[in-house]
Ligand binder design. Sequence first.
Ligand code: PHE
Length: 446
Amino acid sequence: MSGSSRGEFSSSFGFIMAAAGSAIGLGNIWGFPTQTAQNGGAAFVLLYLILAFVVGYPILLAEFTIGRHTQSNPVGAYQKIEGGKRFVPIGFLGITAVGFILSFYSIIAGTMIAYFINPILKLIGLNDAAAWVTSQGVSSNMLFASLFFFLTILIVAAGVKNGIEKWSSRLMPTLLVILILLTIYVLTLDGAMDGLKVYLLPDFSKVLDPQLFTSALGQAFFSLSLGVGSMLVLASYTSKKENLIRLGRLVTLSDVGIAFLAGLLIIPAMYAAAASGTEIFDASGNLISGPNLIFQVLPALFNTMGPVGILLSIIFFFLMVIAALTSTISMLEVPVSYAVDNRGMHRSKASIIIGLIFWAVAMTIALNFDLLFNFVVSATTQFIQPLLGLFICIFVGWVMNRNTLIQEIKQGNPEIENSLFMKIWPLFIRYVSPILILIILVQAFL
Ligand code: PHE
């Protein structure tokens, strides 16, 4: 299929918004801040920053390059590049894994919708309904995850320019503005400064903890949407005039920047909540983390603020819904692009069918939440994503023709060939990134 019938971004801005939108999501806004607090504050921030640039960015650039070079999805890409045939199963693994990520993600994202609706229902006096939507029971989880799937399918079905580009370009700047305003407000609250200290001052007793390393790498992978093909597919819709190195840098910087900003919001907000009587530590003395953080601590904080709190609560959860939506569209897009490119399926039909398949997976997880949820989360994000990243390093660093690679990167960036960057990046892709991933993976099994 030709490039234009697959769809294409109409501008650099559109592509950056879509790629940054994919990267920036629930992983940044609830994942990063609490991991930071649990893993020694600033020590974790520093390590995460280093790993995002040392391991994440080189792989992101590799995905961008393969994607734009082949103008295809992960499976089609490996089929098209010489020596790639043996890697086709890796492409399929990516397509499947991203669907499972979409499935669990939609449950959390659905809960964000529920918390967004809750104060609105209360305002109009529907208190029972308000309590039900945020009960996080099986039926409310199923309802809101379904709603989230519906929104994701709608946008992906509309195509690259009218769906993904249009919505990412509107939603991402909105998210940034809301995040900054909310952070400034929270920093003025009582107790916020204690949180700021925890966030910014390293706890050196935790610096040597091996868990710190594992968490930081996993976070970098999940947060940058790596391995599963989202970035590869988005890059396949971008023009040969774009400078991939610059775009990759921008996406990495904005992902890391938003994570950092979210930390400035959430950790001080937790301590502000503590100052007004909310419990923020669990039984073992750790800061509450994961879904509990957002869903228990923050609403409790907002509740202490009267009418302002209601408004803040609506705004905050709206922000979470946006952040999640720009990520889930880049997830569904991966299998959809495979169906469109390789199976000749019509985009809207592919979006609906594939959307329904993973919706069924999401419903299965929701019905067996205690059994399946954590398992699917850790299998996909802590194991399969880094593993796929490792294979990308092997493919790009050791199998793919060096010249093909350089020619692709050179398009949109003609001076790059003899630059220092082009001497360093291959070293990272061949040695530094894969070795670090291997160490982490092996460590996780021990
Ligand atoms: N990066 C997204 C987040 O931080 C999650 C994601 C993972 C998106 C994999 C696409 C692919 O929330």
